[in-house]
Ligand binder design. Structure first.
Ligand code: SF4
Length: 697
């Protein structure tokens, strides 16, 4: 006998539906869910190899305190006690949670409630800060809310899809498959890829613009001016629904053509793009980490949004700016407010009415009153001793944070570190005073939200090994042991019901995020919940698929804001460190490989860490194909990786993937090279613009 369970892939933000089939003998196979509206049965290489990653090697099976296996009661009492003592002695801002876009919404909800409503600090941030914080900040500046206006279907309906800083072919593969299929069906559809690298995604492009690192604001500012010249503005939309157009144009003019040269693109290349954009009504501009992971990431997001507002191409079928989220549940984390500068249900922590509303809803004794520390600042506070108790869940900051060596040293020196993780031996778990075993994909129950605002269930089909338990349970147990009421959840369904109720609480349309149609959902309906896009407001039978076609933004005057931008690309290289290092993903691995590394098939795609280097640079440095190369940054630190000579990379630029860690023949913990430079608004680190030098090892 075989039984089938419908669930959702745990990797990227596409959020594909997966059918897991489990035999009586316990063998698992997976296939794409033909009924899921994100993927309609498709899976990429990572998703289709999920069954190969379910082995128990390396799993955390029982709580461990100071290296010794113990009981849950002892571990939880210790965590609650140490957090209470620390808060009593040093105040609520002396503790912090560092979460993950891998967590389910229910986990995130409980963590956010505990920290912001009961401990009384907003020191809760997440690796989503590294993924899409600039998009959040850009959305909020332009729209007054963190709203993704469109849907995946828009990519298929568009006549022009512009992909900015996105290797969609490898990082959002099923969405890329949908786009490629739509283009095959309608060959007149055009695709423009704007990316310093010529990636696998560029193979689909009618036009690839190998933009200079961080040249995007200059390019989209010039596009705004070109749209005026081409008489492609939607003046009615601008007049009725926006503010700040004249200032944005004036800033673009001031920025001038001098900066256009900083795009690294020829006049002809830029004009070809501007004509295509101007002459095509149905345009979707997708952007991802190449835009977000930058010291000017928020401005890049707004430069793109400016052009869509100016043409009124937003919220209509086949039109709009579209943020592609990296992680499976970065969106769900945003919805519960799981970032240091957010509240809950898309409310704003700086807004006293919102704080008071959430306080009443939670019956919270100690609402946080100000934003907490964003990821980079949080680890800085760990390093200088301001944070004395840290709980890390489902992420590996020793590898993934910029300034990774300093982050590692900070965690090592922190007086009390708790790690909740599936794996017992990650670079971060090794440093924990208390390791709490977490159940993982296939064992957990909850929800995730994908890049198009679609909420889907993750359903269990395996028994967790040892005594592993879900992350929400870890936190609810600690909260109860700290004496807090309101955490006696017995299932994720109860948490989701409360989250849905909060989304509609005193929400008369003032807030975009509203799933109150599911407030009070019972266990049976939660089990049966089909994928749905928000909003789904209580009492409304019709759902809104897209936002902003007719304006109605979420600033107080319901108008969008153009943002005046004069942000020049930063120049960080010098004679000593003349090369710009870009970091990113490969097709078949995920983050620090704790799951994908278990699949021999996935590991065979690219077997070891490498540096992409242009043959001309390689020749100048005496580097031959497959040589070991030492790459050092001005910031300090060095990695050793294999040379991959390719003209997909422009001279002066390098690329190294982010996944590998450890001290093998190749040492590739690349975030040790990356300085903690962040976007001033979003706090997102600049992971794609690191000055380095390279030599044959
Ligand atoms: Fe999973 Fe993303 Fe691949 Fe879909 S595209 S199967 S969500 S990794």
């Amino acid at each position: 006998m075989t039984h089938e369970v419908k669930t959702t892939c745990p990797y990227c933000g596409v959020g594909c539906g997966v059918i897991a089939r489990v035999t009586d003998a316990g063998d698992v196979s997976v296939s794409g869910d033909p009924d899921h509206p994100a993927n309609f049965g498709r899976l990429c290489s990572k998703g289709s190899a999920l069954a190969e990653t379910l082995g128990l090697e390396g799993r955390a099976l029982d709580p461990i305190v100071q290296g010794k296996t113990t009981t849950w009661d002892e571990a939880l009492d210790l965590v609650a006690g140490r957090f209470q003592e620390t808060i009593a002695e040093y105040g609520p801002d002396s503790v912090a949670f560092y979460l993950s876009g891998q967590l389910l919404t229910e986990d995130y909800y409980v963590a956010n409630k505990l920290m912001k409503g009961f401990i009384g600090s907003a020191n809760i941030d997440t690796n989503s800060r590294l993924c899409m914080a600039s998009s959040v900040a850009g959305h909020r500046r332009a729209f007054g809310s963190d709203t993704v206006p469109g849907t995946y279907e828009d990519l298929e309906l568009a006549d022009l899809v512009v992909l900015v800083g996105s290797n969609m072919g490898w990082c959002h593969p099923v969405l890329y498959q949908r786009l490629a299929a739509a283009k095959a069906k309608r060959p007149g559809m055009k695709v423009v890829v704007i990316d310093p690298r010529r990636t696998a995604t560029s193979d689909l492009a009618d036009l690839h613009l190998s933009i200079a690192p961080d040249g995007d604001v200059a390019l989209f500012n010039e596009l705004l001016l070109s749209l005026m010249e081409q008489r492609k503005l939607d003046e009615g939309y601008i007049l009725g629904n926006t503010e700040g157009f004249e200032e944005a144009v004036a800033a673009a003019r001031r920025m001038g053509l001098a900066h256009a040269a900083a795009t690294g693109l020829s006049h002809e290349e830029r004009q070809a793009f501007f004509r295509l954009f101007g002459q095509t009504e149905k345009v979707v501009t997708c952007y991802s980490q190449g835009v977000n992971q930058s010291s000017i990431g928020t401005d890049k997001v707004n430069a793109i949004i400016n052009c869509h507002l100016a043409t009124g191409r937003i919220g209509r079928p086949g039109m709009g700016p579209f943020s592609l989220t990296g992680q499976p549940n970065a969106m769900g984390g945003r919805e519960v407010g799981g970032l240091a500068n957010m509240l809950a249900a898309h409310m704003v922590i700086e807004n006293p009415t919102h704080r008071e509303r959430v306080k009443r809803f939670w019956n919270a004794p100690a609402m946080a009153e100000k934003p907490g520390l964003k990821a980079v600042d949080m680890f800085e506070a760990v390093a200088d001793g301001r944070i004395k108790a840290l709980w890390i869940m489902s992420t590996n900051p020793v590898v993934s944070m910029p300034d990774a060596d300093r982050v590692k040293a900070a965690i090592e020196a922190c007086p009390f570190v708790v790690v909740s993780d599936m794996q017992a031996d990650t670079d971060t778990a090794r440093l924990a005073h208390v390791l709490l075993p977490a159940s993982g994909w296939g064992e957990k129950s909850g929800t995730v939200t994908n890049s198009e605002r679609r909420i889907s269930r993750q359903r269990p089909f395996l028994t967790p090994p040892g005594t592993a338990r879900p992350d929400w349970w870890h936190m609810a147990q600690v909260a109860q042991r700290m004496g807090f009421s309101g955490f006696d959840y017995t299932s994720p369904a109860e948490i989701f019901a409360e989250h849905a109720a909060l989304s509609g609480f005193e929400n008369d349309g003032e807030r975009d995020f509203d799933i109150s149609a599911h407030a009070g959902i019972d266990q049976a309906d939660y089990e049966a919940l089909s994928p749905f896009q928000w909003p789904q407001r209580h009492g409304q039978s019709r759902t809104t698929t897209r936002f902003f076609a007719k304006g109605s933004f979420y600033h107080a005057d319901r108008k969008a804001r153009f943002i005046a931008l004069e942000t020049a690309p930063p120049c960080r290289t010098d004679k000593a460190f003349p090369l710009v290092l870009n970091t990113g993903r490969v097709r078949d691995h995920w983050h620090t490989m704790t799951r994908t590394g278990k699949s021999a098939r996935l590991s065979a795609h690219l077997a070891e860490p490498f540096v992409e280097i242009h043959p001309r640079d390689a020749a100048g440095l005496g580097i031959a194909e497959a040589d070991l190369v030492q790459v050092e940054s001005a910031h300090g630190g060095a990695v050793i990786v294999r040379a991959l000579l390719t003209d997909r990379q422009k001279p002066g630029r390098l690329f190294i993937p982010m996944h590998w860690t450890g001290e093998t023949a190749a040492r590739a913990r690349i975030d040790s090279l990356v300085p903690a430079v962040t976007d001033a608004l979003s706090g997102q680190p600049a992971l794609k613009h690191v000055p380095v030098k390279a030599r044959r090892y």
